[in-house]
Design a protein around this ligand. Structure first.
Ligand SMILES: [Zn+2]
Length: 250
């Protein structure tokens, strides 16, 4: 079988048998790939001697009959290339990293490469490993992921009437902001403050200067949108930020 060599990060691991695990990787050039790592749980094979951990970044060699297949690839080699020890120094950092891994695993397709998303994922892990406030890198990544999968909401004007002022609500189904005039007719909506909208726009424009409490509001509205896209709330959202703290009233 042909060998595939790529850079990758581990999104999740699941025990498959007494000795094997299924590992979900986000690779740089091949997108998300599910691979079986045989013998990994025994730890007897030298190539896996160091083990593979959740969120590890490394070089991978996979064996796959063909790329566009529902079958699992076979993980034949793994070498960690980036050590992010700071990630596990604070609980909130690892919770932020596990959250971005979860939403990436659910919202990307197998064998559908997004090089820019892979790069954004790795730099988010690096940022998280040294940050005091994990919500900043997480919010920036939520936006990058939504952009990458073509589901970025519109923050500059009302999606129903085009009005650019008095944007008071967000609608996931409509894909963006709703103004005060259109809001009463909209059943599915999430109320947000002007400062939350400013944080969203600043991050969207690549200038995340504001690190006020509104980051929690920005996380809340993006997580609300991601929940709609996934069909359920990300399991790790509540651990990162309890639902009661996601609506900031000023
Ligand atoms: Zn409107």
């Amino acid at each position: 079988m042909p060998a595939i060599r790529d850079d990758a990060v581990v999104l999740s691991r699941l025990d498959y048998s007494e000795t094997s695990q299924v590992i979900v990787l986000l690779t740089r050039d091949h997108g998300k790939v599910r691979a079986i790592a045989k013998g990994i749980r025994r730890g007897t094979k030298t190539r896996f001697a160091a083990g593979i951990d959740l969120l590890d970044v490394g070089k991978v060699v996979l064996s796959s009959r063909q790329e566009r297949t529902a079958n699992l690839a076979i993980l034949t080699e793994w070498k960690q290339t980036l050590s992010l020890s700071g990630l596990r120094e604070k609980l909130a950092r690892i919770q932020g990293a596990e959250y971005v891994a979860e939403i990436t695993g659910h919202l990307t397709e197998d064998w559908d490469p997004h090089v820019e998303l892979y790069n954004a994922f790795v730099s988010t892990l690096v940022s998280l490993s040294e940050t005091a406030d994990p919500l900043g890198p997480v919010v920036a990544y939520q936006l990058r992921l939504l952009e990458s999968i073509g589901s970025i909401p519109r923050f500059d004007a009302c999606v129903l009437c085009g009005r650019e002022t008095d944007l008071t609500h967000f609608s996931s189904l409509e894909g963006g902001m709703i103004c005060r005039n259109c809001e009463p007719g909209q059943v599915e909506k999430w109320e947000l403050t002007p400062s939350t909208l400013r944080v969203l726009r600043a991050h969207r424009g690549g200038q995340p200067g504001s690190t006020s409490g509104s980051l929690a509001g920005a996380f809340g509205v993006l997580n609300y949108h991601i929940t709609h896209l996934m069909g359920r709330e990300p399991l790790l959202a509540a651990r990162l930020l309890p639902a009661t703290q996601r609506r900031i009233v000023e």
